[in-house]
Design a protein around this ligand. Structure first.
Ligand code: ATP
Length: 348
């Protein structure tokens, strides 16, 4: 069992606080993705779990054992980093075997594990090649195979696909997901790429400014963002926001239309995802004037003006529209969300 518990972990670098008291539990065999913009503290948190950085405060537990005072090699983890540190002067076989040799594992077991992991990562045919002769994608597979060969209870990955081109990234993403699901490893994966996070994670922890803003499964994070920050960070294009003016108990005026909303006295904003709008008869939705039309294939992204605010909608590409056209955009009622203007938190 390799449940990971992070208890009140904080990290300061001089006067700068990179992490503010983070609490988090990652279940045995869970695939957790830490997602956030550059500088939000995700690498720092991963390095603390790995033992490459000492927390200023707090505790790290892996599999029921407190590990924050242990060196990295005694924590039962394997790591794959962005620059993947594959040794160019060693063959692929020796790269994958590297950690096992350090442990003085018997040759027969080394053979078994290297072949098994090479097979998992589809690189058996490369075992005799020197790693310096491989493409970036192949080297990346070697790095993952090397980590898996250790049969770790926990695997930590920091942007492991970031050096790959778009197509290879997509391919490796599905492979990694399949391999890790089979390997029964608990995984923590750091990325700033929300699509990667959505596609890989059992659970996503969205980070901002050294805090975890929301931890939930990908669909929940997407559909029910806990904060405006999450709503704006996840989804491409992000959610639309419009100011809401309270006109009665649970009634609001939004861009000239009357809308039912939460019964609260705090000032709130109305929010809707661009794909959660449909074209309606004039007067039946938000009145929009198209500024820019971007065909995306199956859908068309339109950027409009709604009551003086910039507003995006994703519509079917069969609806031929042009800049200057006026549309009526009807939100799907169950997809409307509300956020407190001051705190940015979701209001229901
Ligand atoms: P990125 O995606 O760019 O790697 P990140 O979310 O992983 O970003 P961290 O690397 O965890 O961010 O850094 C969090 C903050 O802590 C940043 O503002 C960074 O400048 C700062 N920081 C990290 N390491 C150190 C250090 N050794 N000394 C001082 N500041 C640091």
């Amino acid at each position: 069992m390799a449940e990971i518990q992070i208890k009140g972990v904080a990290k300061s670098f001089g006067a700068f606080t990179a992490l503010h008291s983070v609490d988090m539990t990652i279940s045995d065999r869970e695939f957790m993705v830490l997602l956030g913009a550059s500088g939000c503290g995700k690498t720092t948190l991963l390095r603390i779990i790995a033992g490459l950085e000492t927390p200023t405060k707090g505790e790290v537990w892996i599999g029921g054992r407190r590990v924050d005072h242990l060196p990295p090699k005694e924590r039962g983890i394997a790591m794959v980093f962005q620059n993947y540190a594959v040794f160019p002067h060693l063959t692929v076989f020796e790269n994958i075997a590297f950690g096992l040799r350090m442990q003085k594992m018997p040759q027969a077991e080394v053979q078994r594990r290297v072949h098994r992991c090479a097979e998992l990562m589809h690189i058996e045919q490369l075992l005799k090649r020197y790693s310096g002769q491989l493409s970036g994608g192949q080297r990346q597979r070697v790095a993952v195979a090397r980590a898996l060969a250790m049969e770790p209870e926990v695997i930590l990955m920091d942007e492991p696909l970031s050096n790959l081109d778009a197509l290879l990234r997509l391919e490796m993403r599905s492979e990694l997901k399949g391999v890790l699901a089979e390997s029964k490893t608990t995984a923590i994966y750091v990325t700033h790429d929300q699509v990667e996070a959505m596609s890989l994670a059992d659970r996503i922890s969205v980070m901002n400014g050294g805090h975890i803003v929301q931890s939930a499964d990908p669909v929940e994070v997407y559909r029910n963002p806990a904060a405006r920050f999450v709503a704006g960070f996840i989804g491409n294009p992000p959610m639309n926001f419009l100011p809401a003016e309270k006109v009665g108990s649970g009634r609001y005026r939004v861009a000239g239309t009357d809308v039912a909303g939460p019964d609260t006295d705090t000032r709130i904003d109305y929010a809707i995802r661009p794909e959660d709008l449909t074209l309606a008869e004039p007067g039946q939705g938000l009145a929009a004037t198209i500024r820019v039309v971007e065909p995306l294939g199956a859908h068309t992204l339109v950027t409009c003006d709604v009551d003086g605010a910039s507003f995006r909608a994703v519509i079917d590409s069969d609806s031929r529209v042009n800049p200057g056209d006026r549309l009526s955009l009807a939100p799907m009622a169950d997809r409307v969300r509300w956020f407190d203007k001051e705190t940015g938190l979701s209001v229901q």
